[in-house]
Design a protein around this ligand. Sequence first.
Ligand SMILES: O=C(O)C(=O)C[C@]1(C(=O)O)C=C[C@@H](O)C=C1
Length: 102
Amino acid sequence: MTDMTDDVVARAAELLKDHRASIDRLDAILIYTLGERFKHTQAVGKLKAEHDLPPSDPTRESAQIARLEELAIQADLDPDFAKKFLNFIIQEVIRHHRQHQS
Ligand SMILES: O=C(O)C(=O)C[C@]1(C(=O)O)C=C[C@@H](O)C=C1
């Protein structure tokens, strides 16, 4: 009986370890992906500052949000979360753009 319980606990520990390894791998992908995204937005911020363009573009943001909501549904991710996540990133980008302009 105790042996069986030990097996179940050991199996659960193994599964937890595997999930955590996948989570760490995916978190690394997220961080590198965000790093790449910010490289592009830094270049966009420089262009906007050089050409006196406004830091934010609400029309572009609406299109991005609509697209990400669709992608989120396809990816089985909560579309409201996807929207909040993109908004959070875009707000940070706009903050960087404003720093370029001042
Ligand atoms: O595409 C732009 O114009 C950007 O400045 C990039 C970006 C984004 O992070 O995706 C940021 C701010 C804008 O309001 C829209 C989009």
